[in-house]
Design a protein. Sequence first.
Length: 134
Amino acid sequence: MLKAAVWILGGLLALAFVIYVSQIVASETGEVVVLTTAGAGGEPVETRLWVVDLEGSQYLRASEGSGWYGRLMADAAVELRRGENSSPYAAVPSPEVRDRVNDLMRDKYGWRDVYIGWLVGSRDKAMPIRMDVR
């Protein structure tokens, strides 16, 4: 009985490790930008995110309850680093383009978007964030 429990526990730990590593691989491949928001004490907090372009603007996508989304709602003045370029932006929630941004994310990131969506939940309520140059 103890031997079976150890095997089951080992299998569950191995599965958790595989999911953790695959989530990192999925989320860090493809184009990743760095968003800098202000923490509670004003300190800069960096978050790595996916980005898409729509009608001349850059869009990020926030899941409900994500820390970075809460920080930018408290202070919309953010910095975005895309490749070697870093610029100040005003973050603007844009629910009216949710379906288009979700489609662009799916097209750009493919299986990775589907997999991360499976891990974090449906993207149907995700909030697109437009980056307006300050």
